[in-house]
Structures are given as structure tokens and as C-alpha cells.
Design a protein around this ligand. Structure first.
Ligand code: GLN
Length: 283
């Protein structure tokens, strides 16, 4: 039977090609830990130990799936966001570190104490944004919507596993399940990739739900819909925070300006890219 060291070496070559990247090695180690149900330190402490046949077989199956581009998050079924380990499935977008900016901007606006704010997260997916805000502001009431029943089930499970109880999950498209309700802050990471973008069919994102990625020819269809309908669901001065693509900052600012939002501002992510636009609802 092959040793841990040689198995990892072969898997890294398979994932990384001729000159393996450190990422390929890391992916291989993470997947082997998953199969062997052990911490990474075990692999480094016992490199000469042999794998049993069943583990070796399961591991190679996962390596082949990863080699075709299937994201690591879907192979492990979990992903970290805002220091929380979330369950993710192919029904949910994989939370990106960029989106932590949206959470930070929301938290800067939500008071630590005082009257409890009503907050909405539209298109919650795995629940990442709603869970991060709800955990940091336990006195607030957060409503998370998604039209995908399967995604909402995952988000609900994440809330239960993380013991976060100040979130209500509602099924429906954007603000549709929030008829007659108003909020102090509405946040969303909607789909914003152009439906013509070839990455949708060629890169690893092809494994993620298209409905969470693509939004019309210019990628802005959902941002337009949300910005327009959110006005009726915000208290005067309430905040709208929208994530967008790195090259959509100006267009998103303009959409909010045309709709009469105030104190409109663009924000850059940790990579220095335009990523979020914020604005306040007019009276
Ligand atoms: N940020 C993601 C990407 O570019 C897209 C997520 C989204 O459309 N909201 O891969």
C-alpha cells in the first residue's frame, strides 16, 4: 500500500501538473484529512504510514473530481467565512473573502446597543452574510431571503449548527417575501456576472449555481431590481449595501443616484477593487 507521503506527492502532481503549486499540495492534504478524518499535523507526523485500500480509493476519486475543477468547498462540504465554518453545497454560492467587506460595512452602521435594528439579507445562499451580522449583533432581527428552497435549507442548518437564533428565513425572490415590512439596513451579494461571460462555462465557477452568478447582459439586472424595490422597504435614512463586480462601481453608483438614494459611496475590497456601494433611502 502507498504511504501518506507518496500518495500526497502523486495527488499534488495530478492537481498541479508539471510544476505543482503550493495550492495543489494544500488541496491534496485537506482532502486526505477529510478521508482519514485526521488533522493535517497527522500527515506531517506520520508520512511513512500506509493508507488502507478503501481510503486510497476514496481519496483518488476526490482528487479526480478536484482535477476537473470541482471546487474544494463542494468536495469538503464546508467553507470558512467570517471565522465561521459553514456548510456549503452546489445549491449555494461559495462565500468569498471579498464579501466580508459587505459585512464590515454593515457592522460599522449597526449600533452595538440601543434600539434593535431590522436587517435583511437578500439572496442569502449559505446564509453567510446574515449569519455574520446576526452573530455580531445578537440584539438585531435579521431576515434572510432566497428563492432557492435547497439553499435556504442549508442556510437554516448553518444557523442551527452555529446556535444563531436571531435570523428568520423566508423563501422568495429578493424582497418579495417582505411585503409591507421596513428595515434599517438591507444588504445583498446578488448575482452580477454578465450572462455572456465565458468564465460561467469554462472556469471552476461553472460548478456554482448560475442563478447566484449571472444577471443579464451587463450583469446589473438584479442590482437594478433590488435598488429600485428596496426603497419601499427602507426606513428614511435606512442603508442599502450592495456587492458588485470589480468593474461595476461607477454603474452601480449611477443606479443608486438615479433612484434618489443619498450619501452614496463606493468601497474597495481588500484587494483594492471596487466591490460595494452604499446609500441611504430618501424621505
Ligand atoms: N464574486 C463572485 C465571482 O466573481 C461572483 C459572485 C456574485 O455574482 N455575487 O466569482
Amino acid at each position: 500500500m502507498p504511504s501518506i507521503a507518496s500518495t500526497l506527492h502523486q495527488a499534488t502532481l495530478r492537481l498541479g501538473g508539471a510544476s505543482p503549486q503550493p495550492e495543489a499540495r494544500l488541496d491534496a492534504e485537506i482532502l486526505l484529512c477529510l478521508i482519514m478524518d485526521c488533522p493535517r499535523s497527522y500527515l506531517h507526523t506520520w508520512p511513512e504510514r500506509e493508507l488502507d485500500a478503501q481510503h486510497a480509493q476514496c481519496f483518488m476519486t476526490l482528487i479526480e473530481r478536484r482535477a476537473t475543477g470541482e471546487p474544494l468547498a463542494y468536495l469538503t462540504g464546508r467553507w470558512e467565512f467570517w471565522s465561521m465554518v459553514l456548510e456549503v453545497t452546489p445549491d449555494t454560492l461559495i462565500p468569498r473573502p471579498d464579501t466580508e467587506l459587505l459585512v464590515e460595512l454593515a457592522l460599522q452602521r449597526i449600533p452595538m446597543d440601543g434600539p434593535s435594528w431590522h436587517i435583511a439579507d437578500l439572496g442569502t445562499g449559505s446564509g453567510a452574510i446574515a449569519l455574520a451580522i446576526a452573530s455580531e449583533r445578537p440584539a438585531c432581527h435579521v431576515i434572510a431571503t432566497d428563492r432557492a428552497t435547497a439553499a435556504l435549507t442549508v442556510a437554516q442548518r448553518n444557523a442551527t449548527n452555529l446556535n444563531i437564533h436571531n435570523i428568520e428565513f423566508r423563501e422568495g425572490h429578493w424582497l418579495a417575501p417582505l411585503q409591507g415590512e421596513t428595515f434599517h439596513l438591507i444588504a445583498s451579494n446578488p448575482p452580477y456576472i454578465s450572462s455572456l461571460d465565458l468564465r460561467l462555462s469554462t472556469s471552476d465557477i461553472r460548478f456554482e449555481p448560475l442563478s447566484a452568478l449571472a444577471s443579464g447582459i451587463d450583469g446589473l439586472d438584479d442590482i437594478r431590481i433590488i435598488a429600485e424595490t428596496a426603497r419601499q422597504h427602507l426606513v428614511t435614512g435606512g442603508w442599502l449595501l450592495l456587492e458588485h463586480g470589480y468593474d461595476q462601481g461607477d454603474a452601480t453608483l449611477q443606479i443608486l443616484r438615479n433612484l434618489g438614494y443619498q450619501e452614496i459611496c463606493g468601497h474597495r475590497d481588500f484587494a483594492g477593487m471596487d466591490r460595494v456601494v452604499s446609500g441611504r433611502a430618501p424621505a
